[in-house]
Structures are given as C-alpha cells and as structure tokens.
Design a protein around this ligand. Structure first.
Ligand SMILES: Nc1ncnc2c1ncn2[C@@H]1O[C@H](COP(=O)(O)OP(=O)(O)O[C@H]2O[C@H](CO)[C@@H](O)[C@H](O)[C@H]2O)[C@@H](O)[C@H]1O
Length: 482
C-alpha cells in the first residue's frame, strides 16, 4: 500500500513529546512491512540541521501556495532514511526556521494557524504535483486537522484523485489548534464550513474538530482513551463531536520502538541489561544517582519522572506530596520542562531538599533513558493520558511504574493488588491523596525484595513492541480498502 503520514514531529529529527516517537516508529514499522511510506514534516531548523538528514537532503521543487488572497512560496526537500521510507520536508524559512516547533517557551507563536494551514496546503500540493495517488493519507493531531478537507477540495477543483482514504489520529485532544475565524479565508475552503457543522468551535475555528469531522476514519492511541473522549470529563469540549463519529473511531494502542528503547542494546546507557541479567542495571542506577549529585551507593528507593511539565502530567500532584519526600529516606529525580509555574515549583522542591530531590529542566534524550534504567519506580500521575509511552519504557527497563487509572495507562499497566499474579505496577486515583497512597505502596513493595523483583520481571517480560502495534494498523488500513 502507499501510505502517507503527515505530522509535525518525527523522532529522531524533531521531538517535543510522544507524537514524535509514534510517527517515527509507526512509519518505520510500516516500511519494514513493505508498504511504500511517505512522511511529510515541516522543514524545521532542527530537522534541516540534523546530522542524519543534512547529507541525504535533496531539494526537489519550489511551491507556490494559495493562502486566501495571496500566494506564499516555499520549497520541498526530500530524504530517504530507510528502504520504502521517504520524508518530504515542507520548507519556508519565515514559518519553520525557528528554535522550537510551536512557541518560544513562554507562549505559542501567534502565527501557528498560518504555519499549519500553509503546511497542510503544501502537503496536498506536493501530492498533486507528484501524482502520489495514496491509498491512505494519515494525519496526526491538530496540526493536520484541515488536511482531509483541503485534500478533498483540491481533488474536486483539479478533478484528480489524491487519496483513497483519509485517517486522523488524536494523540491529545487537549491541544485543538484554535484560531480566529477571520483567518479561515486563508484556507480557501467554502465559507459554509465556518458554521457549527463545520470547523466552528465557540466562535473560533478548530483544526482538531475539522480532522475529527471530516476524515474518513478517526483513531486514537488507546482503546480506553477512545471511550473516554466521548465523555464530558475527558472530551475537552469536543465529546459531542467525537460521539458523532463514534462508529468510525478506533483506539489502537501505541507501541515502543525497540531499536531505540531496548535495555539490552541501548547505546545511551552506561551498562546494558536484560530480565535475565540485571547486572548492567546496577551500573545505570549508580550512574543516575551520581549524575543527580547523590551518593551512588544509596540503597533506598529511587523515584524517577520524565515528562513535559504540564498539568496533564500531574506535576502538581507530585508537588503536593512534598511531605513524603521530606519524611522518607528516598530520592526523586525529575527530568522535564514546560509550564513556568510548574518548573518553579519543581525547582523550589529541589532547592528545599537538595539531598533528596534533583530536577533537570531541559530536554535530554540520553538522560531520559538513564532515568528509566536507573530508577526503582517511575512516577506518572497524569490527570489524563491518551496512551503514554514512559510507563511502557519503564516496564521494559525494569522501573516499576506508579500510574493513574486513566486512558492508556489502564491499558498498559496491571495493578499489583488487583491482580497479584500478573501485576506490573501501581495504579492510583488521579489526586494528590491517590499519589500519596501510591508512594506508600511503593515503599511497602520495595521492602519485600522478592515481591519487587517479581513485579519487575513481569514488566520486563511484557511485549510492547511496535511490530505488534503496526500489525493492528496494517489490518485497519486493509479494512479501509475493503
Ligand atoms: N525533558 C525531557 N527530556 C527527554 N525526553 C522527554 C522529556 N520530556 C518528555 N520526554 C519524552 O517525550 C515522550 C513523552 O511521551 P508521552 O507519550 O508520555 O507523552 P505526550 O504527552 O508528549 O504525548 C501525547 O501523544 C503520545 C503519542 O500518541 C501519547 O502516548 C500521550 O498519551 C499523549 O499525551 C517520551 O518519549 C519521553 O521520554
């Protein structure tokens, strides 16, 4: 099949979160299954300058994209990182040659809607100019929400077929790509679409709503989240819209890329290990403690956390449990950046308890691997979690996850008390008190060394590989064509 993925992130070229991991692994897994896979990405500075990309890049064609009452130019650069896999970069310096994909750290860029309208239009234009004729065009998250509409509009206008089927995947419904309705004319789509049955969302235009309403099929990244987003508690105001498409919605669990996330071969670790031989894990643990400025011989419980510092990830629940870290002889190592107030809160906790809490406020891929490989417990108290990847990484790396009973966390972690023979982690309610209970249960588990080891072994034995997830996508794409 000819499968086109369109996204704003792809590991290892540009990553702010889990979206990048998923696009990178899914595209590669499908290419390995002999599909002809094309990925479209914005030509961000980080991608153009990436050492694995620069030497392979070919500039192919110039673009002239209609944006309302004017035309904007751009160009396309192409590289092929693996057999059956081609990546097209949509380049326009004014839009994408910036330090970060969506904002400057303090606030989002004010022209994000123009940037992603341009991106989607350019993708459609390249598909038209190259006669790509895809079986499936698969867009990810709000940045590509307008793609199904733009694609079908171009097909009508030019009387061509660009794609048999369109799919839109929701990785996180909390980010919706809202923009002022007065900018809708930039899409050159019919004005009827500006109403409630179209892209309108409380007076603004919503790119996510457009994707949900107008793609042929919708997927999200876990079966549990597919149910949750149809409720007002988790629907972020779009639950009614999701319900309308319930028959066309499917939850497909993400996988983990075992080329990148395998403790037995991980080149980013100071020592490798497996369930059968945990020797290298001890080395990772002491290296992690050392890097955090603690005594590497510390033998008590080590808690790790890696995430975007946002409310979604429950950082405030962790901060509310300060008393636990004051009281207990434990270590807490947090890697993450994001929301300014949460960063301040974490820094304050680390400053107040320098012998117990370490906070690293950067994006650091290597350190994230070390946290998974060296912690005894991985803390993930998300308020909601479409799928979540770190709880899978932590099971594979032998860090017992403490996660909330939400979304994909329910689908991927089994509670040790609910199912003592199969338990791989600790499930908690998404509240400060829930986390307090989870941290206490972790201490109890750690005291019983045999029980801890059994939980760790079961987690490491789980198969979360992308090969499994890609098979589900494969069957899903086949069924679209049926
Ligand atoms: N400071 C830092 N340094 C290094 N690495 C860091 C980091 N902060 C975060 N990361 C990495 O970013 C990724 C986060 O992935 P998640 O899936 O857990 O969350 P995210 O909310 O970004 O993704 C959304 O999309 C994904 C993909 O579908 C869903 O799993 C998820 O539930 C949804 O919220 C992990 O690979 C993690 O290690």
């Amino acid at each position: 099949m000819k499968i086109v993925h369109v996204a704003s992130e792809m590991f290892p070229y540009v990553k702010t979160g889990g979206l990048a991991d998923v696009v990178g692994s899914l595209a590669r897994a499908l290419a390995r299954k002999n599909h002809e896979v094309t990925v479209f990405l914005p030509g961000y500075r980080s991608v153009l300058e990436h050492p694995e990309v620069e030497p392979l890049l070919r500039r192919t064609r110039r673009l002239r994209i209609e944006m309302g009452d004017m035309f904007m130019t751009g160009d396309v650069r192409v590289f092929s990182p693996a057999p059956n896999l081609t990546v097209h970069l949509i380049c326009r310096e004014e839009f994408f040659d910036r330090k970060a994909p969506y904002g400057n750290g303090e606030r989002d860029y004010e022209d994000n809607h123009h940037r992603f309208i341009f991106f989607c239009k350019a993708v459609v234009e390249v598909m038209r100019l190259t006669n790509l004729d895809a079986d499936v065009v698969h867009g990810h998250d709000w940045q590509t929400g307008l793609l199904p509409l733009l694609l079908r509009a171009t097909e009508q206008r030019h009387r061509v077929n660009l794609a048999m089927h369109t799919v839109h995947t929701i990785h996180n419904l909390a980010f919706q790509g809202l923009f002022p309705m007065k900018s809708f004319y930039r899409t050159n789509l019919p004005t009827e679409l500006m109403g409630i049955d179209g892209v309108e969302y409380y007076g603004q235009a919503s790119m996510m709503k457009a994707g949900i309403l107008f793609a042929d099929r919708i997927t999200t990244v876990s079966p549990q989240y597919a149910e949750e987003i149809q409720t007002s508690d988790y629907g972020c105001g779009l639950d009614g819209v999701v319900q309308l498409r319930a028959d066309d919605l499917l939850g497909i669990l993400n996988g983990i890329d075992t080329d990148t996330w395998n403790p037995a071969t991980d080149a980013l670790l100071p020592g490798n290990f497996s369930a059968a031989d945990l020797g290298g894990r001890k080395l990772c643990r002491s290296e992690l403690l050392k890097k955090a400025g603690f005594d590497p011989r510390f033998s008590g419980p080590v808690f790790g956390m890696v995430c975007r510092l946002t409310e979604q990830k429950g950082v405030q629940l962790l901060l509310a449990n300060r008393a636990f870290f004051e009281r207990e002889n434990v270590r807490l190592i947090v890697l993450g950046s994001g929301d300014g107030l949460l960063e301040e809160g974490m820094q304050e906790l680390a400053d107040a308890l320098p012998d117990k809490v370490y906070f690293r406020k950067v994006l650091d891929e290597k350190f994230s691997h070390l946290v998974e490989a060296g912690s005894d417990f991985f803390v993930m108290p998300s308020l909601f979690e479409p799928c979540g990847l770190n709880q899978m990484y932590s099971q594979a790396y032998g860090a017992v996850p403490i996660v909330t009973r939400v979304g994909g966390l329910i689908d991927t972690v089994t509670d040790i008390d609910d199912e003592p023979a199969d338990g791989t982690g600790i499930l908690i309610e998404p509240t400060a008190a829930g986390l307090a209970g989870g941290l206490e249960r972790a201490l109890d588990l750690r005291m019983d060394r045999a029980a801890y080891d059994a939980v760790q072994q079961r987690g490491m034995g789980r198969d979360f590989s992308w090969e499994k997830a890609a098979e589900v996508y494969d069957a899903f794409y086949e069924e679209l064509g049926a």
